[in-house]
Design a protein around this ligand. Structure first.
Ligand SMILES: [Zn+2]
Length: 252
């Protein structure tokens, strides 16, 4: 699919960017983005942004301000990410902190900005929300926890021996418990404690058991793993994860 025709930036004295021949731009230019200045090679801007490529082409005039900078009415905090990508187009932005997780608002704004500047690779990556694959939670093998330990602490919220990042599974289980024929409480569940008197009482009778519910507690370690390949082109999976369906641009 063809990239839609870029909208030339409005320039002083030039409504809609009418082509004017032989306007030469300097190799290094200063952009004034919403009041913040960015200095960069003009080729950096041209190579990744379809919009800037047109507006900085010989055919279009985009008049600099009195100080020689080129003004863009845009959010400099967002533009900083765009420029960083234009400079190193193989590294995608990771907007994530351990405390707050993903910065969805920033990603959302950045996606709109990448669309506006016609930064197709970045836009596709953002629109597909590929960044969501950068952090994965791995669950370790289940460990069965000691019952007596649990009964000691249940239902206390904090179980000191279980770490915060462990996933806890509690299963309601049933087991058969041996009953002493003389109903001696201390022998319950311990046939080996029954002596001759117990065995005489047992005689020919069937051994008795009782159903007893208990909790089986399993814990699994949760580990958050960062996969840097998701944010890199050429490290393997990231290009493959770009969904071809999302490259559709809306053409007016
Ligand atoms: Zn007994």
């Amino acid at each position: 699919m063809e990239i839609n025709e870029p909208t030339p930036l409005k320039t002083a004295g030039q409504e809609g960017g009418v082509p004017i021949p032989s306007i030469a731009h300097p190799k290094v230019i200063t952009l004034n983005v919403g009041g913040r200045k960015f200095q960069t090679a003009i080729d950096t801007l041209r190579s990744e942004s379809g919009l800037l490529a047109v507006n900085l082409s010989e055919g279009y005039t985009w008049e600099p301000q009195a100080d020689g900078s080129y003004f863009l009415d845009a959010d400099p905090d967002l533009f900083e990410h765009l420029l960083r990508f234009m400079r190193r187009p193989e590294v995608f932005p990771l907007l994530h902190t351990k405390a707050d997780g993903y910065n969805y608002d920033m990603y959302n704004r950045l996606e709109a900005e990448a669309f506006y500047y016609q930064m197709d690779t970045l836009h596709k990556w953002l629109k597909a929300k590929t960044y969501l694959q950068a952090f994965k939670t791995e669950i370790g093998a289940p460990v069965i926890r000691n019952i007596s330990f649990v009964s000691q602490y249940m239902p206390a919220v904090s179980m000191p021996e279980i770490e915060k990042d462990e996933k806890i599974h509690i299963l309601a289980c049933m087991r058969k418990v041996y009953l002493c024929p003389r109903q001696i409480a201390a022998h319950r569940g311990h046939a080996d404690l029954c002596g001759q008197a117990c065995h005489r009482r047992q005689a020919e009778n069937a051994v008795m058991y009782e159903d007893e519910p208990y909790w089986q507690v399993m814990t699994m370690k949760k580990k958050v793993v960062y996969d840097e390949e998701v944010c890199r082109i050429g490290l393997g999976s990231s290009e493959a994860t770009l969904d071809p369906d999302v490259e559709e641009r809306e053409v007016n």
